[in-house]
Design a protein around this ligand. Structure first.
Ligand code: AMP
Length: 279
């Protein structure tokens, strides 16, 4: 495994002719969710590249950039074990040199859900992902459904800007009790860890209600909000949207997806689930 810390070295890297390149952009502090993306890339592609970069541009002024968990040594050990070919670890100055002033924005899709509570977040995400794609030049980029809105926004960006990289969506990896794995789970105290499970419980409750014939999205949303509030977490949003384009839905169908963001103490957590029985 080669660790590359130089932008020009990564840009000039010659991949062997005809070999497919899979890429997993991350902010590090890797867990089994990230590693599942690496495994998917190893299965589908000849060469696997992982980037680790805590992107300041996607954090708001009052968010957790300075406290975001980091452990590069442990990350590298995990990636080496999985047989990753290249790990790209750029510095902030390389990515955003003095005078940097070009931003990529996907309108509309970036203004709902997390974009509403985190203004500028997706502009930061789109810009860093486009820059990393230009540097790494992957055929496929492996991303988790954990960040479902991000996935939809980046797919749209790739289409709108005629990029040849394709996104491969990978399922959410969960702890045994159902909590979606996240680097931010490391912030949770034992008491908060129990409250955090209310997001998953609310999603599963909605899925069960749908399997029993409930189809009114407003009723299901109200029920989910109540479950989270009763547990003691603060709801940011609960929405039921069409999984193909994130448009609003009044009535449940096979494309319905429930998306949740909630604060457990100071920690903002997100999760989502398809409400159809097939998934
Ligand atoms: P992050 O390091 O949080 O920027 O995440 C990097 C990638 O890992 C993104 O594509 C995430 O969607 C994905 N990811 C994060 N958590 C999970 C999880 N629990 N299951 C699957 N993918 C995940």
């Amino acid at each position: 495994m080669q660790v590359i810390r130089s932008l020009s070295q990564m840009m000039q890297l010659n991949y062997p002719l005809g070999k497919s390149v899979g890429f997993i952009p991350t902010m590090g502090y890797l867990h089994r969710g990230h590693l599942s993306l690496v495994e998917a890339s190893k299965k589908e592609c000849d060469i696997t590249v992982v980037s680790i970069f805590v992107n300041p541009a996607q954090f708001g002024p009052r968010e957790d950039l300075s406290s975001y968990p980091r452990n590069i040594d442990r990350d590298l050990k995990q990636l080496e074990k999985l047989g990753v070919d290249y790990v790209f670890i750029p510095s902030e100055g390389m990515i955003y040199p003095e005078g940097f002033n070009t931003w990529v924005e996907v309108k509309a899709l970036s203004e709902i859900l997390c974009g509403n509570s985190r203004p500028g977040h997706f502009k930061g995400v789109c810009t860093i992902v486009l820059k990393l794609i230009n540097v790494v030049r992957p055929d496929k980029m492996f991303m988790g459904e954990k960040d479902y809105q991000q996935l939809m926004i980046l797919k749209k960006m790739l289409r709108d800007l005629n990029l040849r990289t394709r996104i491969v969506c990978c399922p959410i990896v969960r702890e045994t009790d159902g909590l979606a794995m996240s680097s931010r789970n490391s912030y949770l105290s034992t008491a908060d860890r129990a409250l955090a499970l209310s997001l998953y419980n609310a999603l599963m409750q909605a899925k069960k209600a749908v399997s029993e014939g409930k189809t009114d999205a407003h009723m299901l949303i109200a029920l989910a909000k109540q479950t989270i509030r009763i547990a003691g977490a603060n709801v940011d949003y609960v929405e039921i949207l069409d999984s193909r384009d994130l448009s609003e839905q009044e009535t449940i169908d096979e494309h319905s997806r429930m998306l949740i963001a909630a604060y457990v103490g100071n920690t903002r957590l997100i999760d989502n689930l398809s409400l159809s029985s097939g998934e």
